[in-house]
Design a protein around this ligand. Structure first.
Ligand code: FMN
Length: 260
């Protein structure tokens, strides 16, 4: 293994931070690495919001499914999938007057997914660059929840989506490295649904690695635990409701109130 692969192998999510923030030079290097990520058409369909206001961090620690460590993260970055800036650039550069091309075109769901791809790939470059400087990080998926609240709180206009919230800081204690289940993840040439015995093989590996952590009675394995504790949990129901709201806002003809 080379140094980069060793770094990727050793990385783990950091949720307890030394309060000293990264230096300005480190921040610049991490943001530069994020912006050097591959990006569809070289368009950089994302924006990065540095969340510095403590009151805003405190609020996000609550709205992102009550995760207090967000408020204690020395540096918080929001990676916004951003087609709004391109719509604004098109308008500012007179694209509505161009002859021989359609007018009034609005971004579709393909544009949204592409912008999410861009934002997430940039975010992961930031994760790796930070790790190389001894700065840990943790994604917060719950930023997709409470869409109406987060759109207002972060002033996110219509053609945006909060693809990733990233907490960064030097680890207070070395985090525990979690194992991965690697059985049947890689397919050849085409996707193939797993057979009953392959599913058993995956489930056995999960039980071997993590056991059943659930507290609910009657849960006998990790897969059942995930079903009860994650897949059907209140936060997942809220996430799915909220993402439907973000998508509806993106595709509907109506401007979203208060955020245009
Ligand atoms: C999309 C995404 C969303 C995540 N959301 C959260 C979160 O809200 N809170 C949290 O503590 N960790 C979150 N994580 C971190 C995962 O729990 C973590 O990556 C996983 O348990 C594997 O551990 P590791 O990163 O230490 O290898 C998220 C990770 C990803 C990729």
């Amino acid at each position: 293994m080379n140094e980069i692969i060793r770094l990727l192998d050793a990385r783990c999510s950091t949720r307890a931070y030394d309060p000293t923030p990264p230096s300005d030079e480190e921040k610049r290097a991490i943001l530069h690495a994020a912006m050097r990520a591959p990006t569809a058409g070289n368009l950089m369909l994302y924006s990065i919001v540095e969340i510095e206001d403590q009151a805003l961090k405190d609020r996000l620690a609550v709205t992102c499914d009550d995760q207090p460590f967000i408020a204690r993260a020395p540096w918080v970055l929001l990676f916004v999938a951003d087609f709004q800036k391109w719509m604004d650039l098109f308008a500012a550069c007179g694209c509505d007057e161009l002859p021989g091309v359609p007018h009034g075109v609005t971004p579709g769901l393909g544009d949204l997914i592409m912008a999410c791809n861009d934002a997430l790939i940039a975010a992961q470059n930031a994760v790796v660059a930070a790790e190389s400087l001894g700065i840990g990080s943790c994604y917060i998926g719950d930023i997709m929840e409470l869409g109406e609240t987060h759109a207002e709180l972060l002033q996110l206009p219509r053609y945006t989506f909060p693809a990733a919230l990233l907490c960064l800081g030097r680890p207070k204690v070395r985090p525990h490295r979690t194992e991965r289940y690697e059985r049947r993840v890689v397919h050849k040439n085409v996707y193939r649904r797993l057979t009953a015995s392959e599913l058993r093989e995956v489930s056995d590996q999960l039980d071997g690695l993590y056991g059943a952590r659930g507290t609910q009675p009657g849960i006998t394995g990790y897969v059942q635990d995930v079903y009860a504790r994650k897949f059907t949990a209140d936060f997942a129901i809220e996430m799915n409701r909220s993402v439907a709201w973000w998508l509806e806002r993106w595709v509907s003809g109506e401007p979203a109130a208060g955020t245009e």
